[in-house]
Design a binder for this molecule. Sequence first.
Ligand code: URA
Length: 234
Amino acid sequence: MRLNKYIAQAGIASRRKADELTKNGHVKVNGKIMRELGYDVKPDDVVSVAGKVIKAREALVYYALNKPPGYITTTADEHDRPTVLSLLRDVSERIFPVGRLDADTTGLLILTNDGELAQHLAHPSGKVYKTYVAAVDGIVSQDGLQQLRDGVLVDGRRTAPAIARIVQESARETVLEIKIHEGRNRQVRKMCRAIGHPVLRLERTAIGDLELGRTKQGHYRKLTRQEIDALKKL
Ligand code: URA
């Protein structure tokens, strides 16, 4: 990493100011004054500014992955299934998934190294709506839909009201759109089972207003500045 970027990412000064500090002899690398502005800081270099050793923080990065089925969102698996991290091999930062999707669930998953944002999105008081499209077995009646809206018993506890509508119906299955703000274990699957319609396929299509856009299954994209700011405000 270029020296001025390294100094800036340590929160010491802007890049321009960092160049000035370097020119004026205030920057040392491995104990020696470094005046070369373009110096490339190596991983084990010790950089100091005005006598104080500094460390660059990793830049914060944010990705939206379109998760394929069969990938798990935890980092290790007893069944040796691949993890979602294996789909972001080009990313050098130490990112982690925000929340979980079941191995069989597809769709939008945020990955970041911003722990603060991850906590913010996961916090139950935050009421961030997540949108799921669930293909379920059978034809869902208006009564079944209403039960989802009112809350159903899942693991002995009623779910918070959901926003639910029918997107499509065929002879054997119904496609539902369900928005919930709780993040209980396998919640959508359990809610649908509770009204007698087991889930056949489940996809997450949005978190708040964030959508995948044109990102295909197994692919990922960087979030835009506006998308990141919107998530932080949720
Ligand atoms: N609800 C589920 O049942 N599964 C998921 O992966 C996410 C929400």
